[in-house]
Design a protein around this ligand. Structure first.
Ligand code: ADP
Length: 283
């Protein structure tokens, strides 16, 4: 995506010769975001925010410049898992994102309100407008990847993200419960309505490993991620175990210290998919 198209929701599918490009804000002119990835789940609690956070950490470890746009406005957990409490600032150009200890740029409503415990009791259109502003008014600067942590389901925010952000690819996070998989199909169908390009499906909490005998225990039943991915015609990125260390470090705001080959592997597949997509767009 060229910088001049970075405000246009159709940027990923048009030839770049659109006569009526929306006027860019000063923040957009100062930014060049190469890849926007929306992370979706059908329902809450499947680990979407944790997976978003860890994908950002893995991409950052591999040398990419990464940001996270926390679009889960009413249930934001990104600042907490990265241990960020300082409020974001703005200058004459726009809002300056917070930066994690490893250099990941973050924006979240929780970095703007006085008390992080205060609920956001806002109507959908106001929340949607805020999410759009997280794209148009934030000075993201140079980014290889911007991960958008969507709220679960198919409500106002996912709709406005698909309509107003140039989403390059979608990652679906699910877990093995049957109910989750029924709901995830709705999210996939919705993304399809916006002609989303699926980077793939990740099955989180697929199993736990006994710390003594290392036996695999499928707590929520048999993983079905690979089958669901193929049934819905989207790539399968892999499975992740339930790991108490991830919960512990996330709760302590130290997710960047979590190490897992599984995440690194999934991040590599994600990079490959985004590069394939980029190559197709450049043709
Ligand atoms: P969601 O964004 O889907 O609502 P979260 O990412 O907030 O879910 O995760 C819900 C809870 O589950 C958090 O306490 C998180 O630390 C924990 N969690 C998520 N994935 C894992 C995992 N693979 N292993 C252990 N705990 C996890």
């Amino acid at each position: 995506m060229s910088n001049s198209c970075s405000g246009c929701p159709s940027a990923s599918s048009c030839s770049g010769s659109c006569p009526s490009q929306p006027e860019l804000t000063e923040a957009q002119k100062a930014s060049n975001v190469k890849n926007v990835i929306a992370v979706m789940s059908g329902k809450g609690g499947v680990g979407k925010s944790s997976v978003t956070g860890m994908l950002a950490v893995s991409l950052n470890r591999q040398g990419f410049k990464v940001g996270i746009l926390d679009a889960d406005i009413t249930g934001p957990s990104i600042p907490k898992i990265f241990g960020i409490q300082t409020k974001v600032n703005a200058n004459e150009i726009g809002i300056i994102p917070a930066v994690s200890s490893q250099g990941i740029k973050l924006i979240s409503l929780n970095l703007m309100i006085v008390n992080e415990d205060d609920p956001v009791v806002w109507r959908g259109p106001i929340i949607s407008q805020l999410v759009k502003q997280f794209w148009t008014d934030v000075v993201w600067g140079e980014l290889d990847y911007l991960l958008v942590d969507l709220p679960p389901g198919t409500g106002d925010v996912p709709i406005s993200v698909f309509q107003s952000l140039p989403v390059d690819g979608v990652v679906i996070v699910t877990s093995p419960q049957q109910l989750t998989n029924m709901v995830i199909r709705k999210a996939i169908k919705m993304a399809n309505m916006y002609k989303a390009n699926f980077y793939g499906l990740i099955e989180n909490m697929a199993y736990a490993e006994c710390p003594d005998c290392h036996k695999r225990i499928e707590i929520f039943g048999q993983p079905v991620g690979e089958r669901e991915a193929s049934k819905n015609g989207i790539p399968y990125l892999g499975e992740l175990p339930i790991d108490p260390k991830l919960t512990e470090l996330s709760d302590a705001g130290r997710i960047e210290e979590y190490m897992s080959d599984k995440f690194e592997h999934i991040a590599q597949k994600l990079i490959a998919r985004s590069q394939e997509k980029q190559a197709k767009t450049d043709l």
